[in-house]
Design a protein. Structure first.
Length: 255
């Protein structure tokens, strides 16, 4: 992997991690199209996630302070996160298959589009507070599958249980902090347990990947905040239909 490829993948991660289009799905697609081969992709993915984690902490710093001083808000995040973990682990094996198969990735993008379109029709569920946050956590776990989109799924679920657009945006990205952090820790654990290094990627390449994912993560967060508050999230469903068709095209032309 050269520096330009690292920059491109960092940009893809930064934009797609927060816009409701699926970063893991886009990374899988771009790696396939660019023909990027990394000796140990886990290590590189850790660095990409680290960049986007920093961007969330930067953009959401005021909201983080608010949540840390409110026990009820902390409890809501904990409930959602606790329900996310087992679901995400359950879908982990499926995620690897989807990441390596453009046909499955195409279907996953399409499923993610349906979730986004649900916000257009003001879908609402009447749950208790506990079940509402458990539901958001389960949906976030499902979104671990490449192509679905964590932000799109959690914001859609938050709107469905009655949150305002601003509340849904804030909760989704506050919840992303322990989620991304735990994903980094889990990926690092797998690297060390396999006794692997961070592969054949140079420090300069890592730095470029982190910097680009951090910078474009900030930009995409600021853009998404305006889109969610304007209730235009469902428009990304059309893009996901388009990228689903692109994935299908890649599947049939790169066999």
């Amino acid at each position: 992997m050269d520096i330009l490829e690292a920059f491109i993948l960092g940009v893809v991660q930064g934009i797609a991690e927060f816009l409701p289009v699926s970063s893991s799905g886009h990374l899988a697609l771009f790696k396939n199209v660019l023909g990027v081969k990394i000796k140990n992709p886990l290590g590189f993915d850790v660095m990409l996630h680290f960049g986007t984690l920093l961007s969330v902490l930067f953009v959401m710093r005021d909201e983080v302070k608010k949540y840390l001083t409110n026990k009820d808000l902390i409890a809501r995040v904990v409930i959602s996160f606790v329900f996310t973990v087992p679901v995400a682990l359950f879908f982990e094996r499926i995620s690897h298959r989807v990441e390596e198969n453009m046909l499955l990735l195409s279907f996953s993008f399409f499923f993610g589009a349906l979730i986004l379109f649900s916000t257009r029709f003001n879908l609402r569920f009447r749950f208790s507070d506990f079940l509402s946050y458990a539901f958001i956590g389960v949906i976030q776990g499902v979104a671990a599958v490449p192509g679905v989109s964590r932000s799109g799924a959690t914001i859609s679920a938050s709107l469905a249980v009655g949150m305002t657009p601003a509340e849904a945006f804030n909760f989704s990205f506050i919840l992303s902090i322990p989620t991304i952090f735990s994903a980094i820790a889990y990926e690092l654990m797998k690297v060390f347990l396999k006794k692997e290094t961070f592969g054949d990627v140079s420090l300069e390449t890592f730095f470029v990947a982190v910097l680009s994912s951090f910078t474009f993560g900030i930009i995409s967060l600021l853009i998404l905040r305006r889109i969610v508050i304007g209730l235009k999230l469902w428009l990304f469903g059309f893009y996901k239909i388009f990228i689903s068709l692109i994935s299908l095209f890649v599947f049939f032309t790169h066999r």
